[in-house]
Design a binder for this molecule. Structure first.
Ligand SMILES: Cc1ncc(COP(=O)(O)O)c(C=O)c1O
Length: 399
């Protein structure tokens, strides 16, 4: 019985990729200096990370993290609800609420748990959620836990959202539009101003997953709501600390009462151990650094601009990316694996995105950039991609 796992489609597929020497997952990183990593003794330029601000190795952040270790030890060994709630969790919540501009914030142990807990509680049996088709897996999974109903609208397509609103609004007591602020695979930005207009017209709520916008978008990295000057019109905002904020954990922000409700009902919050003190201190220090030092965001966006232009010059198709996430369209799964291996052999660490994460024949290589990438690293990445384009006949248009 237990042996049947070996015959599963997923394991058969991964073993056939391993046989071809093209398996690109679970690569053990031996050492890291933010924008460079060592794997198997080789030094590689990292373009597969979400460490957009490069703060995992910032001296002030590391120092604050060490201090929290000394003061609170290594873990909370319990849920915040009962015995794991630290003063620094509450201080971080206050800091986050101020930073993003919402009344209250609630800190969870991961971003995934934030979405699972908040959305499953907010969407009750008589309610409904409307998901953008490219929403992150943690949002998709929240609908399996929620007692409400879920519908999808076409990715970033306001006509499709309007159609769904027209068809669902009269049938449910509460409707919540749920979408990523910055989409994690294609790097495009939600058309938030239009989403707000529709939400107001139909009298529904907005929940924004800003995992990839936090620290990156808006003034001092305050996120996608701030980028559009629309904070007061977005009811709930979610963020994770596993990307720009150099750690692990997540939060949801919004009106006090709703946050208090989530705090007393979300199972992934109440029945899971609290975010460790070192992680809390890391995030707090990251907010201090990014609000004080504008040069980090300037370097990030200058690198993004350099890479966007570079990929265009080479003639690669990079979707509608407007952010540090720049996907390179390949098409065929096998070819995406071959190109990823080629990049790796040339000293560039990137990751492919294959079916079923993307539709058939829509494989891509997800690349992403950091404030700390040097121009020589980025020039090297472009040179390697330029050679890959010729060797593997990479498409310049989406088809
Ligand atoms: C859009 C989005 N939401 C939520 C998450 C989950 O965050 P975490 O890694 O903190 O669990 C991720 C992380 O991959 C993400 O990309």
């Amino acid at each position: 019985m237990i042996r049947s796992y070996g015959k599963s489609k997923v394991l058969k597929r991964s073993s056939s990729i391993k046989k071809l020497d093209l398996y690109p997952f679970f690569r053990p990183i031996e050492a890291s200096a933010a924008s460079r990593v060592t794997v198997d003794g080789d030094d590689l330029v990292m373009i597969g990370s979400n460490n957009y601000l490069g703060l995992t190795h910032h001296p002030e952040v590391i120092e604050a993290t060490k201090k929290a270790l000394d003061r609170f030890g290594t873990g909370c060994t319990g849920s915040r609800f009962l015995n794991g709630n630290l003063t620094i969790h509450e201080e971080l919540e206050e800091k986050l609420a101020k930073y993003v501009g919402h009344e209250k914030a609630l800190v969870f142990s991961t971003g995934m748990q934030s979405n699972l807990g908040a959305l499953s509680t907010l969407c009750g049996p008589k309610d409904c959620m409307l998901f953008d088709a490219e929403n992150h897996a943690s949002i998709v999974d929240s609908s399996r836990l929620s007692l409400g109903t879920t519908f999808k609208f076409k990715h970033n397509d306001m006509k499709s959202l309007r159609n769904q609103l027209e068809s669902v609004c009269h049938r449910f007591s509460k409707v919540i539009i749920v979408a990523d602020g910055v989409f994690s695979m294609t790097g495009d930005i939600l058309n938030l101003p239009e989403v707000i207009k529709l939400a107001q017209e139909f009298g529904v709520l907005i929940y924004l997953d800003d995992a990839h916008g936090l620290g990156v978008m808006g003034k001092q990295g305050r996120g996608t709501m701030d980028y559009f000057n629309a904070t007061k019109d977005v009811h709930f905002n979610m963020g994770t600390f596993s990307k720009s904020f150099a750690s692990i954990g997540g939060f949801v922000s919004g009106p006090s009462e709703a946050m208090d409700y989530i705090k007393h009902t979300a199972r992934s919050f109440m029945f899971s151990a609290a975010m460790p003190p070192a992680a809390v201190a890391t995030v707090s220090a990251c907010i201090d650094v990014v609000t004080r030092d504008p040069s980090i965001l300037e370097s990030l966006w200058s690198n993004v601009d350099f890479m966007q232009k570079g990929f265009k010059e080479i003639g690669l198709y990079t979707y509608n990316s407007q952010t540090p996430i720049i996907p390179v369209f390949v098409g065929d799964d096998l070819k995406a694996l071959q190109v990823t291996q080629y990049l790796y052999d040339q000293g560039v660490f990137a990751t492919p995105v294959l079916m079923p994460a993307v539709p058939k024949n829509e494989a891509l290589i997800r690349t992403s950039y950091m404030a700390g990438h040097s121009r020589s690293d980025l020039t090297k990445v472009l040179e390697v991609f330029s050679k890959a384009r010729k060797l593997y006949d990479l498409p310049s248009v989406h088809h």
